[in-house]
Design a protein around this ligand. Structure first.
Ligand SMILES: C[S@@+](CC[C@H](N)C(=O)[O-])C[C@H]1O[C@@H](n2cnc3c(N)ncnc32)[C@H](O)[C@@H]1O
Length: 271
C-alpha cells in the first residue's frame, strides 16, 4: 500500500516534470503503475523504490516514472469529426492557400501515433498533390515508450481494429505475423520526436494545423492556460487548432475564431 508521503513525493515529481496533476484519489493508479515499474527495475516493493527515488534519483529513472504515469489511450480517427473537418475544410483550404508551399502539422501529444498516421492517410487518400508538394507532420509526446512505438509504426490487431477502416488498413499497412506495419510511404510522412509541452517550443517552428487532443485534461487550469497560450502562438496566421471533444478553453485570445463543425468545434487563427 502506497503511503500518503510516498504518494505526495511521486505526485510532486510527476507534476513538476510533466504538468500531469495527480490529485488525491489517484493513489491506486500511482501504486499500480509504479509497482510494475519498480518490479521491472528489480526492486522488491514500493518502499524500496521510494527510498531509492528519494536518495539517488537518476534522470533516466525520473523519465521512467513520468512515462509510467502517462495515459496513452488513443485510436485511429478518434472522434471522426476532426478528421472529417480536415478532409472537407482544412486541407482543401490549405491546398488552395499554400499552392506548392509546404504545410506543417503538429500532433502535440501524439501518443503511439494513431493520430498523426490518421492525418497522413487522409492526405494520401484525398490530397495526393499535397503529399507530393510536401506536408510535414511533426508528432511529439513526452512518453519515450509511446514515441518509439509510433515511430516503429507497428500495431496489434486490436489496435488496428479501433477506428481504422479495413480498406485503409490494407492499403497503408502490411501484415507480419500478429502485427500490422505502417508502409514506408506512410511512415515517411511523420517525424516522431520526444517533446515535453512544458518546455519552450523554440526549435519546433510554426504550424498550419495543431492537434492538441486529450492531453490538456491532465493539467491544472494554470498549466493548461499556459500551454494553450504557447500553442496558439505556434500557429501560423490562418492556422487551425483542434482540441479534444471535452476540452473547451475559456480564454483563447480574440484572434482565435471558434469554428462550429458538423459535430464538435475547432478554432482558427485570424489570417
Ligand atoms: C490520452 S493521450 C492522447 C493521444 C492523442 N492526442 C489522442 O487524442 O488520441 C495523452 C498523451 O499526452 C501525453 N502527455 C502528457 N503530458 C505531456 C507533456 N507534458 N508533454 C507532452 N505530452 C504529454 C501522454 O504521454 C499521452 O501519450
Amino acid at each position: 500500500m502506497i503511503t500518503a508521503e510516498q504518494f505526495r513525493f511521486f505526485a510532486d515529481l510527476v507534476k513538476s516534470a510533466s504538468g500531469i496533476a495527480l490529485a488525491p484519489g489517484k493513489e491506486y493508479l500511482v501504486e499500480s503503475r509504479l509497482n510494475e515499474l519498480a518490479r521491472g527495475l528489480g526492486m522488491k516493493d514500493m518502499d524500496e523504490f521510494y527510498r531509492k527515488a528519494c536518495t539517488s534519483l537518476t534522470p533516466a529513472i525520473r523519465e521512467k516514472i513520468v512515462d509510467a504515469m502517462t495515459t496513452n489511450e488513443t485510436y485511429f480517427f478518434r472522434d471522426q469529426h476532426p478528421f472529417e473537418a480536415m478532409k472537407k475544410l482544412v486541407f482543401p483550404e490549405l491546398a488552395k492557400r499554400n499552392g506548392n508551399g509546404r504545410i506543417r502539422i503538429w500532433s502535440a501529444a501524439c501518443s503511439t501515433g494513431q493520430e498523426p498516421y490518421s492525418l497522413a492517410m487522409i492526405i494520401q487518400e484525398h490530397f495526393a498533390s499535397l503529399a507530393q508538394s510536401g506536408v510535414e507532420i511533426v508528432a511529439t509526446d513526452i512518453s519515450r515508450r509511446a514515441v518509439e512505438k509510433g515511430a516503429a509504426g507497428r500495431f496489434t490487431q486490436v489496435e488496428v481494429n479501433r477506428g481504422l477502416p479495413v480498406t485503409l488498413l490494407i492499403r497503408h499497412f502490411t501484415q507480419n505475423g500478429a502485427f500490422w506495419h505502417a508502409k514506408d510511404s506512410l511512415k515517411n510522412m511523420v517525424a516522431f520526436r520526444i517533446f515535453n509541452l512544458l518546455q519552450p517550443f523554440t526549435g519546433l517552428g510554426t504550424f498550419d494545423v495543431i492537434f492538441c487532443r486529450y492531453v490538456l485534461i491532465y493539467f491544472d487550469p494554470e498549466t493548461k492556460d499556459q500551454i494553450l497560450r504557447r500553442i496558439v502562438s505556434a500557429l501560423n496566421p490562418g492556422g487551425w487548432l483542434f482540441l479534444g471533444a471535452t476540452e473547451t478553453p475559456s480564454n483563447l485570445p480574440p484572434f482565435m475564431k471558434r469554428i462550429p463543425l458538423e459535430k464538435g468545434v475547432c478554432w482558427k487563427r485570424a489570417g
